[in-house]
Write a protein that binds this ligand. Sequence first.
Ligand SMILES: *[C@@H]1O[C@H](CO)[C@@H](O)[C@H](O)[C@H]1NC(C)=O
Ligand SMILES: *[C@@H]1O[C@H](CO)[C@@H](O)[C@H](O)[C@H]1NC(C)=O
Ligand SMILES: *[C@@H]1O[C@H](CO)[C@@H](O)[C@H](O)[C@H]1NC(C)=O
Length: 474
Amino acid sequence: MGVTGKILVLILAIGGGLVYKNVTQLWADLPAPKLDPQEWWGDDAQPKDYEAYLKNSSEVIGNRLSYPDKTIADLKERLNRTLRLTPPLEGVAFEYGFNTDYLKEIVEYWRDDYLPRWREREVFLWQFNHFTTDIQGLRTHFLHLMVYDDNKVGKQHYPVLLLHGWPGSVREFYDLIHLLHQSNLDKNNKYIFNVVVPSLPGYGWSEGTSRKGLGPAQVAVMMRNLMLRLGYDKFFIQGGDWGSIIGSNIATLYPENVLGYHSNMCNNMSPKSLAKGLLAEFWPSLFVPSGFEDFFFPKSNELKYLMEESGYFHIQATKPDTIGAALTDNPVGLAAYILEKFSTWTNPSYRSLPDGGLTNRYKMDALLDNLMIYYLTNSITTSQRLYAEQYAQSQRDLHLERVPTRVPTGCARFKSDIMQFLDVQLKDKYTNLVHSTYHKQGGHFAALEVPKVLYKDFIDFVKTVERKFKIKTL
Ligand SMILES: *[C@@H]1O[C@H](CO)[C@@H](O)[C@H](O)[C@H]1NC(C)=O
Ligand SMILES: *[C@@H]1O[C@H](CO)[C@@H](O)[C@H](O)[C@H]1NC(C)=O
Ligand SMILES: *[C@@H]1O[C@H](CO)[C@@H](O)[C@H](O)[C@H]1NC(C)=O
């Protein structure tokens, strides 16, 4: 270490001493805040008589949307305009963002192959029962699969709430839903679930709010209200991305309702946890099971990746409406913006492939189904506002990252996901982290990419929870 290094260490030590008291304050656990379970997000003023509103509007209605031919023909036409896309630089694949040569191929496939089969895709999308109900003034869309009595015989039977993120949708879960709900196809499988899969507010067919402040904590309130409405007062939760954060918030605010929280993007953003993550790099073997060090280290790679890949985050957290305007009524731009994430977040190395590796792990139809949900419901702007709400002062003041979550917690790590946290970081928040796994293959969209692996991981978690906490089946 040179002289400058030594001086730096000295300064840090003195500074460290000075802020010690503040830091310990910063590290202390906080009690859970109380959120208003009736907070109103609808366009109209909150009804004076909330009970009467509940009586009147808690009906759950079947929801089978069919888009008119006109809408589909209009989209075909939009996709048939002369594209004035700027060609990629020589030798560049996805390093500068979505490769425009490949984008042209996708547009052609979308227009000439996928859209002519749209009615089939609708049948596919509506294979599960879709519903809507009014939650706190917002029309909320969800899939709901109930298990009938005949199928329950000899099975462990629980409700589970599946929560998607951005830029995903309920579509990510289709294979997983089959596994969870039709496990009676396999005689040896003793689990069967009542599955609830909502579209987050402002995503897909769930109405967005016209008021400020609907952040992940408030969405957690809504999602719990949805589960209570459907008669589930104890349930499992599974989610990645925003689904992970919202699921964590439900588990933190309403532990009495949560049998177990399972996430494929467990994280703990508390100052203490972030400090631990940096320190752990000096002694990886103390913190990481052997063979999985490269999930976490070197941190310099993580930092580089963060710099390269978090631009979308900053713009959506600060100017969601500007980028939203650029993407609205612009199916080609929307495709580039959304599908880029399905390339890079599935595997960062796909940035060097001319086609972004998009079909290495997914069917193009599945990716386009998800894209169609954003396009048809015109929900890109409202979906992006969730980032702004997360970073609003009022949301940060809740300090949910510092409120311990005591429900049984399971964390499935997938190697190519966009962030990774060590057990030692997670346990500060998730005091009952009873299941922690590492999967060498798979990325951010685990439900869509490796549904069977995610399913098995979730079931292993449920078994552990049953064994350790003696929970009762429905
Ligand atoms: C410690 O926190 C207080 C407010 O809580 C602040 O006024 C003070 O400047 C902080 N001191 C240091 C050394 O960070
Ligand atoms: C209940 O619903 C009816 C019909 O939709 C409406 O006319 C009435 O104003 C509603 N009442 C309340 C209290 O929301
Ligand atoms: C696209 O436009 C061309 C002519 O400009 C037309 O021949 C073709 O049928 C159109 N295709 C679609 C799917 O609209």
